[in-house]
Design a protein around this ligand. Structure first.
Ligand code: UDX
Length: 422
């Protein structure tokens, strides 16, 4: 099939690349020419495991990128994978979605295949696919016969290629049997259960999945905070709880809280949707509140150990929102570094991949090239990200002036680190 993907961000690029491995002819439309050039030179503009190999194998054959929408004219399926960034009130900003729908309509007006299917991949509030995307196209082209579908992604950053090729499920949100057929054929090479639902249900599945996963983390953190007071290891507790097959042990790792481009944004957006329906998002507000307070517990635990933070040198290990990425969006390190700076402390930060990004955001902290350099003469250490290399740290802690170590991710192997929740 001919597939056009609007948006060459991490979702669009991974989706396009993976669909090309299923032998579809894929064009990724991206406004930034330098990204287009990078993709067409088989150099991934983002770090994602396995992506470079796909680009090397497919670019020049059945995968290409372009700054223009022309390929929409010959596409059997057009995916919208543009950003839906949060507005100041937490609601999803649909500017790029609307723009993409208008541009698609403009192109389809010139030429189109027999029955193009427009597919929303971006995370959008319930109703957007029908009432914004497809409505825009229908209003501009009342005679066009086209399919309309919502097909959410469940990709973890860093493991997105694996997740795309090995999904737990594929959700196809369309009320139109012909569009559903196209979508089933598109994913024919992937072995996974397919759930056919209405577009609005598909939109809700995406938000609800992320909100529930985020809720599991905040729940584990609240229980973890209690366990610490009781002198109980929350990891033992959650192991016992997770052994119940109704629960599953996943996403019950207590720690400094969740970050990233999805969980905080999607939970806030869902809370906003609930408010707009004149309901109160009691539960989701609590999920977010626990997550806001959790990183600050790292600071109070440190203060309990070393007192006033003014003038103290504090090693901050881990800046990315999780391991295996250079992404710092909503990283729990951000409020921690801000708090340290506000208290007059000297944060000395290390991350295997994300130092440059954090330095741009918080230039007043110090950034060093190794964990050992951060620990030299430090009065305290906060471990903020679950980087596997931190498990091997041992003698490096002897470089500290005061051995006050708070582990926010249950990752250290040394015996005297204090856990945030254990
Ligand atoms: C998430 C979802 O997993 C994915 O399905 C969705 O499409 C996008 O959002 P991602 O943001 O890449 O993916 O990261 P994920 O691996 O899910 O971790 C999110 C955050 O939760 C990280 O900050 C991580 O440190 C934290 N986390 C995760 C915990 O604190 N405890 C856990 O048990 C699991």
């Amino acid at each position: 099939m001919n597939v056009t993907i609007i948006g060459g961000g991490y979702v669009g690029l991974v989706t396009g690349a993976c669909l090309s491995t299923l032998n579809h002819n894929v064009t990724i439309v991206e406004i930034f020419p330098e990204k287009v050039e990078a993709i067409n030179s088989a150099v991934p503009p983002i770090y994602e495991e396995g992506l470079e190999d796909i680009l090397k194998a497919r670019v020049g054959k059945n995968l290409t990128a372009s700054t223009t929408y022309e390929s929409v004219q010959t596409a059997d399926a057009v995916f919208i994978a543009v950003g839906t960034p949060p507005n100041p009130d937490g609601s999803a900003n649909l500017t790029y979605i609307r723009q993409a729908a208008e541009n698609i309509a403009e192109e389809l007006a010139k030429a189109h295949t027999e029955y193009p299917v427009v597919v929303v991949k971006s995370t959008v509030p319930p109703g957007t696919t029908k009432n914004v995307v497809c409505k825009t196209i229908r209003e501009k082209l009342p005679d066009l016969k086209f399919g309309c579908c919502m097909n959410p992604e469940f990709l973890r950053e860093g493991r997105a290629v694996f997740d795309f090729m090995n999904p737990d499920r594929i959700v196809i949100g369309t009320a139109d049997a012909r569009a559903a057929d196209v979508m089933h054929s598109l994913y024919a090479g992937i072995e996974a259960p397919i759930l056919d639902v209405e577009p609005t249900a598909a939109e809700m599945i995406k938000y609800t999945s992320n909100a529930l996963l985020a809720a599991k983390i905040s729940f584990a953190n609240e229980i973890g905070n209690l366990c610490k007071k009781l002198g109980v290891d929350v990891y033992e507790v959650m192991k016992g709880v997770g052994m119940d097959s109704r629960v599953s042990p996943k996403f019950l790792n207590a720690g400094a809280g969740f970050g990233g481009s999805c969980f905080p944004k999607d939970v806030s957006a869902l809370a906003d949707i609930i408010r707009k329906e004149n309901l109160e998002p009691v539960f989701l507000d609590a999920v977010l509140k626990v997550n806001d307070l959790q990183p600050l517990r790292m600071i109070s635990l440190l203060e309990e150990k070393i007192g006033e933070l003014t003038g103290k040198r504090i090693a901050v290990l881990g800046l990315a929102f999780k391991d295996n990425t250079d992404d710092i969006r909503e990283s729990r390190s951000i409020p921690v570094i801000e708090k340290l700076l506000a208290a007059g402390a000297k944060p000395v930060c290390y991350d295997p991949m994300a130092s440059d990004a954090m330095q741009k955001l918080l230039p007043n902290a110090e950034y060093v090239a190794t964990a050992a350099s951060a620990l030299i003469e430090a009065d305290g250490c906060l471990v903020m990200t679950e980087w596997p290399e931190f498990t091997k740290l041992d003698k490096e802690f002897d470089l500290m002036k005061t051995r006050a170590i708070i582990d926010g991710r249950h990752i250290l192997s040394i015996p005297d680190a204090e856990g945030i929740c254990w």
